[in-house]
Design a protein around this ligand. Structure first.
Ligand SMILES: Nc1nc2c(c(=O)[nH]1)N[C@H]1C(S)=C(S)[C@@H](COP(=O)(O)O)O[C@H]1N2
Ligand SMILES: [Mo]
Length: 478
């Protein structure tokens, strides 16, 4: 469901922009990135409209030509979408017609106002007519707004069915004992759904009623499977704490969260479909046409890869993929965690490129080991003497065995680890270090379950995830 051609153009701009720039924008503007882009396009449109309006007073056809060019841009933007539907073109055509009609009516009215000129009954009539035309244009705009409201009501309907849903087998999250350290300022071990980071390429979130949802599993399988929402939740529900993170999370960044996910395991579903031995990937497609390629092995090797229906004990929030999304421990979101997932094609990596891999991001996207200092914050002034440092570390599906802290390039000191819930969740750490009066640098690194130490070699998030040690600066005062 698209509300306006502006959104299609905005999506088109995103699609045509290099992946690194898009990821940068998503990071920098966080949840506002789309609003900023749409606002930018609207301002540009307003300027173009003003120019067209001026030209229209002399050269009517040039102005119409200008509108046609604008409409063509919107048309191409819609066509460039991964799965353009006929209905997506409707706002473009309607918009073009509105512009031309409004231009005709207003320009004519204004011309008469100006030609007649001066005070008197005739010009008063012309003026009145012009104002009526303006009123008409405003009414048209209001009608267009109403169309947008209808889209909003689809959202309200989906919200309503979401609130009424009770899924058998989904239980409220219970934080395991000992996973949280009592250090003020450290990130909570369990991330509530509301502040959980949000990353996707949509401008308007798909609003899918569970009754309308189904998924098709097909491709290199013996038997194609189609499941409705009812079919899905009738199966056995698996639940787990799983840490999800974004490939574009910079060292020390916060595009990572740990939630209690409930869903249906993918391994038995794929086994029922009957996998061909030479398949090595699943091409997932979401309702909005976004795609990602997931290594088949990660879906079948026994880890808790699932079609998730609930997050933190409640049906998925719409932003997080309602009614169904994929969650795979150990893979970055961009190759696995498809929100609003509707299609899974079992295939081979050498047969497709997906949304982000087409923009130069890595094909398989296993997560990299990472650690972060939450306390103190970089730039803090702290008292000289004992300094409590704390944070989180994660390496999903491999696991963390140790975390170490270093002050001013000195010896690495072992940190205390909180209870490690599983290899698929992050872990909290704490270490008290000594700092003399003056400026200091504190660094953290983690060690994985196999004893491999996190690399200090700095790598950018592009193409397959950042590396390097998170480092903060503090000033200690007497
Ligand atoms: N449909 C859809 N699913 C998507 C994406 C997207 O753009 N569209 N982005 C992915 C990326 S890059 C990440 S990191 C995770 C983020 O999930 P969240 O928004 O629930 O935190 O969703 C993944 N699933
Ligand atoms: Mo991501």
């Amino acid at each position: 469901m698209r509300e306006s051609p502006v959104v299609a153009v905005a999506e088109g701009v995103t699609a045509l922009t290099p992946g690194s720039v898009v990821k940068w924008a998503i990071n920098t503007f966080d949840r506002d990135d789309k609003k900023i882009l749409v606002a930018g396009i609207l301002v540009l449109l307003a300027i173009i409209f003003a120019l067209i309006g001026r030209v229209a007073r002399r050269h009517w056809w040039i102005a119409v030509g200008g509108y046609v060019v604008l409409a063509a841009v919107a048309f191409l933007a819609v066509a460039a979408k991964p799965t353009p539907a006929l209905i997506d073109y409707v706002p473009v055509v309607v918009g073009l017609l509105c512009w031309v009609i409004v231009l005709a009516v207003l320009a004519e009215g204004l011309r008469r106002w100006e030609v007649v000129g001066g005070p008197g009954p005739v010009s008063a009539h012309a003026r009145r007519q012009f104002l009526v035309s303006v009123g008409g244009a405003v009414a048209l705009a209001a009608a267009a707004g109403l169309v947008g409201r209808v889209a909003g009501s689809a959202r309200r309907r989906a919200e309503a069915s979401r609130r009424l849903l009770r899924i058998e087998g989904v239980t409220a999250p219970a934080v395991p004992d000992g996973v949280s350290l009592p250090v003020p300022g450290v990130t909570p071990w369990a991330t509530p759904s509301e502040p959980f980071y949000l990353i996707d390429t949509t401008f308007i979130k798909p609003t899918i009623e569970p009754a309308e949802w189904s998924i098709r599993i097909h491709g290199m399988v013996d038997r194609e499977i189609t499941l409705t929402y009812r079919d899905l939740v009738a199966r056995e529900i698996t639940q787990d704490w799983i840490t999800l993170n974004c490939v574009s999370n910079p060292v020390g960044g916060d595009l990572v969260g740990n939630a209690w996910w409930s869903g249906v395991r993918l391994a038995p579903l794929l086994a029922e479909a009957g996998l061909h031995p030479d398949a090595d990937a699943v091409l997932q497609t979401s309702d909005d046409g976004w795609t990602c390629g997931t290594p088949l092995a990660a879906l079948t090797d026994g880890r808790n890869a699932m079609l998730a229906v609930a997050m933190n004990g409640e049906p998925l929030p719409i932003e997080h993929g309602f009614p169904v999304r994929t969650i795979v421990p150990g893979l970055y979101g961009y190759v696995s965690a498809t929100k609003w997932v509707v299609d899974m094609e079992v295939t081979r990596f050498d047969r497709f490129t997906a949304y982000w891999t087409a923009k130069g991001w890595g094909e398989r996207g296993p997560v990299k080991i990472a650690s972060r200092i939450d306390v103190p914050r970089s730039g803090d002034e702290v008292p000289a003497g004992d300094l409590v440092c704390a944070g989180v570390a994660w390496f999903q599906h491999t696991g963390i065995s140790a975390v170490q802290v270093q002050v001013d390039g000195g010896a690495w000191q072992d940190a205390e680890l909180a209870q490690v819930a599983s290899a698929d969740t992050w872990v909290q750490w704490r270490r008290t270090v000594r700092v003399e009066e003056g400026e200091h640098q504190v660094r953290v690194r983690a060690v994985d379950r196999d004893g491999t130490v996190q690399t200090g070699v700095v790598a950018d998030v592009l193409p397959d995830g950042a590396t390097g040690w998170h480092t903060i600066d503090v000033t200690a005062q007497a």
